[in-house]
Design a protein around this ligand. Sequence first.
Ligand code: HEM
Length: 145
Amino acid sequence: MEKFALTLRPSDAVQSEGEVPPAQRLWRVITLLLLAAIFAEAAFAGAMLSGFPWARAAHLASAALLILGAVTAACFALATLRRVPQGTKLGLMLLGLAVLLFLQTAIGKFAANGSNLLWLHVPFGVALVGLAAQAAASARNLGNR
Ligand code: HEM
């Protein structure tokens, strides 16, 4: 059995056409899950504004899970993809995403506590969807020079 099956090696870049290395597939899934979770935050926010009482708790709990998920993914990427072309780039993008998610959570908390910051929180959320989409695109590019 092959060691480090989940670690993409430089040699994995040379694949037959149409074949996706397992590690690249894994990172595609991880980044798409992060993208979907950030998008879900917008849906929870909409439900919150429509007056559904459960939506606020869902928005808050997802924020905590998102930060945890992004930090874990960033550390995992930086530790395992160092020698893979585009690997460090993906790791740094995920780290940046984690930091911005933390900032977004702080802004959301301030807004919920009466500061007039929703004007910043909402477009920042849209920008985060864009950044997560960039990370997903970067995962598709793993292993390419
Ligand atoms: C497009 C995306 C988003 C929209 C439209 C949105 C909208 C909102 C709204 C309307 C509130 C309520 C503020 C108030 O009560 O005055 C809120 C609160 C909050 N948001 Fe967001 N949000 C988005 C994304 C995010 C993301 C990505 C995070 C974090 C990862 C986040 C974290 C929070 C937190 C922690 C609160 C405070 C919740 C509480 O204490 O009950 N939001 N957001």
